[in-house]
Design a protein around this ligand. Structure first.
Ligand SMILES: [Zn+2]
Length: 145
């Protein structure tokens, strides 16, 4: 990661770093030509992302925490949640249930479908109907999906 002073077309030099210990980080970069300064502030998660990419700030890495923890919680804990399962077991969707799935915004439809499919498969339910969807929603606390 580098910052460029646009008027000078010069790479800014790292000037100061603070690691208060709560995971936040403030770094000052200064232009060697015009002495313009800029500060980079990050919150704990961003600090983890930066350090997880192997970027050293000020010559010292931020204390390590597994990056996977951060990325997993960003994506909702299911790395494969956005991939529609090719194997849906023997679970089928009734026409009514499929219609209802169409009401789900397309960008989460695959994930929602997966949640319902998993729910049915885990309980040995062979066909997902609107009634099953209702039951899954209240069982899983997914009101509004
Ligand atoms: Zn400059």
């Amino acid at each position: 990661m580098k910052f460029l002073c646009i008027p000078c077309d010069a790479v800014m030099e790292f000037a100061e770093r603070q690691l208060p210990g709560d995971g936040t980080l403030a770094a000052i970069f200064a232009c060697p030509k015009c002495a313009r300064e800029m500060a980079m502030l990050t919150n704990p998660m961003e600090t983890q992302l930066v350090s997880g990419l192997g970027i050293k700030v000020g010559g010292r890495t931020v204390p390590e925490q597994p990056l996977e923890l951060a990325t997993t919680s960003i994506s909702g804990g299911r790395p494969d949640a956005f991939v529609e399962a090719p194997l849906a077991g023997s679970v089928t969707w009734s026409a009514d249930a499929k219609d209802r799935l169409q009401n789900v915004p397309s960008f989460v439809r695959g994930m929602v479908k997966r949640i319902y499919t998993d729910y049915a498969r885990e309980r040995g339910i062979p066909e997902i109907t609107p009634e099953i969807m209702d039951r899954a929603r209240s069982d899983l606390g997914l009101e509004g999906m």
